[in-house]
Design a protein around this ligand. Structure first.
Ligand code: FAD
Length: 242
């Protein structure tokens, strides 16, 4: 078997395992799609009925289209006390669920399970006394949007890697002056370049607590760099989307 074919088979097996793990782990509930709002050509917001679903900002849920066994994880974009569960989703070229969901009829019921994950502000920390640095690429901004809206007094910097300025979704929802877009494919509203370059040009605040979310190469590169710069490993928390 070719190496690529082997990897695809392994990742499909892993997905099947994950899907049945999720269905065993948490009760599956049904939730109606209330709205789908296109933010750019490829990114959209899905608003789901909240019912009795409770979560901590930063957690994710697993969404499945009934009748199809393609469960996928999505971080929750809306605040803990929001009236709906909002998900910020990028339509992935050659993807499955992210493509199908975008065109679903309003009112369709989807399966959700969760919440899952530990990428949250930790209870035992006095959240108001800390400074947080949130670093995201693309839809990796989702957990931070929920954290900030759930904790209006949060002291934080939000550093968002995007390709084009139009991806600076809801930038005014973050505390005044805290949101910095790092735009890689055009001049950009704040900084032209990748988040990793931006941070390497700054003096690293060793007292801040770093939360990093997005693609694995950015997460790995940045967490390694921060550790080298003297940030304590327990103050570097990560979530990888793909
Ligand atoms: C904990 C967790 C939370 C997540 N939260 C979100 C979220 O809030 N919003 C969101 O859009 N996605 C999120 N994802 C990714 C999501 O689960 C799916 O992988 C994604 O929607 C693609 O699913 P698909 O069925 O369309 O494509 P698939 O057929 O599953 O994947 C196709 C390919 O696209 C790659 N891929 C996955 N996501 C992206 C992306 N954003 N950009 C480019 N390539 C990608 C995959 O690695 C794969 O190679 C999260 C993943 C995890 C593990």
């Amino acid at each position: 078997m070719q190496k690529n074919q082997y990897l695809v088979t392994q990742s499909t097996k892993l997905r099947h395992k994950k899907n049945s793990y999720y269905s065993r782990m948490k009760k599956i509930t049904y939730s109606k799609i209330l709205d789908i709002i296109n933010l750019t050509d490829s990114t959209y917001l899905v608003k789901l009925e909240k019912n009795n679903f409770e979560f901590k900002a930063g957690q994710y849920l697993v969404l499945n289209i009934p009748g199809e066994n393609i469960a996928r994880e999505y971080s929750i974009y809306s605040p803990e006390n929001g009236a709906t569960i909002d998900l910020l989703i990028k339509e992935v070229t050659d993807g499955k669920l992210s493509k199908e969901l975008k065109y679903m009829k309003i009112g369709t019921r989807v399966e959700i399970s969760g919440p899952f994950g530990f990428f949250v502000l930790r209870d035992r920390e006095s959240v108001q006394d800390n400074h947080y640095t949130f670093v995201a690429t693309g839809t990796g901004i989702s957990p931070f949007h929920s954290m900030v809206l759930s904790n209006p007094q949060l002291r934080c910097d939000v550093i968002h890697g995007i390709k084009f300025d139009e991806e600076a979704y809801h930038a005014t929802d973050y505390p005044a002056g805290s949101y910095k877009a790092c735009t890689s494919k055009e001049q950009g509203i704040h900084y032209h370049g990748r988040v990793t370059h931006f941070l390497k040009e700054q003096k690293i605040n060793r007292d801040s607590i770093y939360y990093i979310c997005g693609n694995s190469s950015m997460v790995n590169e940045l967490s390694g760099y921060l550790e080298l710069e003297g940030v304590k490993p327990e103050n570097i928390r990560t979530e990888v989307f793909f």
